[in-house]
Design a protein around this ligand. Structure first.
Ligand SMILES: C[S@@+](CC[C@H](N)C(=O)[O-])C[C@H]1O[C@@H](n2cnc3c(N)ncnc32)[C@H](O)[C@@H]1O
Length: 200
């Protein structure tokens, strides 16, 4: 178990230590009134930043399968009286309860997607994201490049943007944006890519 900066419990590494949240959030081009979801939120630092620093007035969902992370997000919500934050403990690949079909404008997943490859649940994950995203919404996936480098998940669990595009296309989701120059500076270049998919 990791203890990120905000003291919340997280299963796996919080990206707060090595990725620039503002760089990621700026990519989303939020107006401030969208229904937003931090899927696989971990310590929830991206959701919290959107609420606090970006003054988000729309609904914010924080979803994670790790019960302690969601408990800590609930404590944050209660202590700070954050009415527009909804925390859900769920395995995304089993479906996210309480979230209606086509009800989310923007879904963000930072360093989560490779886990679906590891658990061989890629299709289940994409089906659920397809179910909840609005017709004009977007799914933003940021993950480690499929390079054989020491930092990050094992190479066999990484996907390239092209791999993800093929997978998402199967479910009627099309690439609307790709940034391959994002993340941490490592000797080989930038560590991550950020790809977005939509239905239109
Ligand atoms: C490496 S952490 C990244 C956390 C956060 N997004 C960040 O950038 O700091 C991966 C997170 O995904 C969550 N996760 C993994 N598989 C999941 C699943 N099937 N459903 C929901 N959450 C999942 C883990 O519990 C963990 O909090």
């Amino acid at each position: 178990m990791m203890k990120p900066e905000n003291g919340h419990r997280a299963h796996g590494f919080s990206s707060v230590h090595f990725l620039d949240s503002d760089e990621i959030i700026r990519e989303l081009d939020l107006r401030g009134d969208e229904v937003f979801m931090d899927a696989g939120c971990g310590d929830g630092h991206n959701a919290i930043k959107i609420l606090e620093d970006y003054n988000h007035k729309g609904l914010v969902y924080a979803v994670d399968v790790y019960d302690a992370s969601i408990e800590d997000m609930q404590t944050y919500k209660d202590e700070n009286d954050v009415e527009n934050l909804i925390n859900i403990e769920a395995d995304i690949t089993d479906g996210i309860p309480g979230v209606d079909d086509e009800s989310v404008d923007v879904i963000l997943m930072v360093n989560v997607f490779h886990g679906f490859k590891a658990s061989r649940k890629l299709d289940e994950a994409v089906k659920e994201l397809e179910r909840i995203v609005k017709k004009d919404g977007k799914i933003a996936i940021m993950d480690y490049k499929a390079w054989d480098v020491p930092k990050g998940p094992p190479t066999k669990y990484r996907s390239s943007p092209q791999d993800l595009e093929m997978l998402f296309n199967k479910y009627g989701l099309n690439k609307i944006y790709l940034n391959e120059d994002i993340g941490e500076d490592i000797p080989e270049g930038k560590s991550h890519f950020l790809i977005m998919f939509g239905k239109e």
